[in-house]
Ligand binder design. Structure first.
Ligand SMILES: NC(=O)C1=CN([C@@H]2O[C@H](COP(=O)(O)OP(=O)(O)OC[C@H]3O[C@@H](n4cnc5c(N)ncnc54)[C@H](OP(=O)(O)O)[C@@H]3O)[C@@H](O)[C@H]2O)[C@@H](O)CC1
Ligand SMILES: [K+]
Length: 493
């Protein structure tokens, strides 16, 4: 699923108007109707409702919602923010349609006109939508403060006012929404942690924009979906044998950090690798052989023939001491197939940036935001970090997974967001599980990009499935590993 920029969203609107065809005012009516229906279905219409409108089409939506609520026996009051601009045509038409039905329409020319809002009221924010082109100031900003300070629940129409769709809103004056009803599809702004406190619960309302438009446009960002993942799973043929599914070498673990190696080994095996060898410190031999009897073990100091392996997974629990640094250097010098680099492997590279150039083409890096910043430099906000990940995927022939609530797979200058997973997964060890999964997929000869996509998706999906018998508090990385089987079964069904 493509994620569109603000400009593309306006083009989609125009495309639908031309090709359905539908009049612009009727498309607004449809959008407003989906909001009105949602408000009634969720039983929010019994509250005192105050609708705040700008004079663009977002405000037009607000006016249409007001009329539709009146037609359903609800009596909202409407407040129109006067900020000098002339209303759009559809705003004006809806204002004309509303006038005969109510006297509760007020124009806000200064703060003196702001209405009192009780905590128990419901406010609808239709001030600014995707047409926002600069941060809010003056009267608009004061109105946003007034609404936020009331403590009343807020439904933001399309986007919380003050929030940009496709650039950072950090430091902007923003409506703090309880719910955001956004039209047709998720947008980039809803995928970033820095915006999460402002948009509340997000519901995507289908307003039947023309699907043909999506085939025509090129999007920089996409959402991974189940269909895409299922389509790329390779069948396990009846006559296959363990050699068919590759041999992975997992370079992981150090004193006090063998748990990371064990988790990565177990998730690698549960993802279907044919053979797994772990390359661990000698003193941890019995830990690994006991915890993961399915894995073979080589101990550090031995000199493995790397050509035997279809891929390497390097990093979980490795540490960053000198022995780990020289081990990573040797691996990168000797091995030329795509590998997975995580955790301490990334931290070592941050301290030895020249190593980045030695990482084999097609390798998958899985940094969390802090690791990413150490590798590629700090960013003032989430949008810039995202852009840096995209830029790095152009500069280096690598796949970069920027981990987060919606992890981003950056490849060849484009980004794919993962949609599975939950807050319970924000705990130590889940990254090791992901490394094991992707290492396994690479060994099975998935292309690195597909391995990264399937990896993040199935990892999050297993985390979601594990919530059937765990809570977000109690979820452990081992539960994710246990649920991998169900996740793969569901993806193949
Ligand atoms: N596409 C769809 O799917 C559908 C979209 N629909 C709806 O249309 C909405 C988009 O409407 P829109 O384009 O008229 O823009 P909107 O956000 O109302 O802003 C209005 C004007 O405000 C101005 N302005 C900007 N920043 C400002 C600031 N800081 N302070 C003060 N003024 C500022 C700027 O004008 P300017 O001042 O730059 O001339 C801008 O043009 C969309 O979110 C959705 O609700 C549905 O009805 C149908 C289906
Ligand atoms: K809004």
């Amino acid at each position: 699923m493509k994620l569109l920029s603000a400009q593309q969203i306006h083009q989609w609107d125009a495309f639908t108007i031309m090709h359905e065809p539908v009049a612009s005012i009727d498309l607004m009516e449809r959008a407003a109707q989906s909001c009105t229906d949602w408000i009634i279905e969720n039983n929010l219409h019994s509250k005192t409702i105050r609708i705040f409108c700008g004079k663009g089409n977002n405000g037009g939506d607000g006016l249409a919602i007001a009329r539709q609520l009146i037609e359903r026996g609800v009596n909202p009051s409407v407040f129109i923010l006067e900020f000098g601009a002339k209303g759009t045509d559809d705003f004006q038409t809806n204002l004309n349609r509303l006038h005969p039905l109510t006297t509760e329409i007020y124009f806000l020319q200064s703060e003196d006109f702001f209405p009192e809002i009780q905590k128990e009221d419901l406010t609808i924010d239709a001030l600014f939508g995707s047409g926002l082109n600069r941060p809010l100031t003056g009267l608009s900003a004061s109105l946003v403060d007034h609404i936020n300070n009331s403590g009343a629940e807020v439904i933001a129409i399309d986007v919380p006012s003050g929030m940009f769709i496709d650039k950072s809103s950090l430091g902007n004056r923003l409506i703090k929404a309880t719910y955001t009803l956004t039209f047709q599809s998720l947008k980039l702004n809803f995928l970033l942690a820095e915006n999460a406190v402002w948009f509340g619960y997000v519901e995507v309302l289908d307003i039947r924009l023309h699907h043909a438009f999506l085939q025509e446009i090129d999007a920089d960002f996409n959402l991974l979906d189940k269909h895409f993942i299922s389509r790329h799973l390779i069948d396990r043929k009846p006559f296959s044998h363990k050699g068919t599914f590759g041999h992975a070498l997992l370079v992981a673990g150090n004193k006090g950090k063998m748990g990371a190696a064990v988790l990565a080994a177990r998730s690698c095996l549960r993802t279907g690798v044919g053979l797994l060898t772990t390359f661990i410190p000698e003193e941890a031999l019995s830990i690994m052989q006991t915890a993961v009897p399915e894995a073979m073990v080589l101990v550090r100091g031995e000199n493995p023939d790397l050509d035997k392996y279809n891929t390497l997974g390097i990093g979980p629990g490795l540490g960053t001491a000198d022995d780990a640094v020289s081990l990573l250097k040797t691996m990168l010098e000797k091995y030329s197939q795509p590998v997975v680099l995580d955790a301490d492997a990334l931290n070592i590279i941050s301290g030895n940036k020249q190593l980045l150039k030695q990482v084999p083409q097609g390798s998958v890096l899985t940094p969390h935001p802090k690791e990413f910043d150490r590798l590629f430099g700090e960013s003032p906000n989430d949008f810039e970090r995202l852009q840096k990940a995209i830029d790095a995927s152009k500069e280096y022939p690598l796949i970069i997974i920027l981990k987060g609530h919606y992890s981003l797979v950056a490849h060849n200058g484009k980004g794919w967001f993962n949609t599975t997973g939950n807050a319970g997964m924000a705990t130590g060890g889940t990254g090791d599980v992901l490394t094991g999964i992707i290492t396994s997929l690479l060994a099975q000869k998935y292309t690195p990009f597909i391995a990264a996509c399937i990896g993040v998706y199935v990892h999050g999906m297993a985390g979601d499935l594990a919530l059937a018998y765990q809570s977000e508090e109690s979820l452990l990385p081992s539960d994710i590993i246990e649920a991998l089987g169900t996740a793969f079964n569901q993806l193949r069904s």
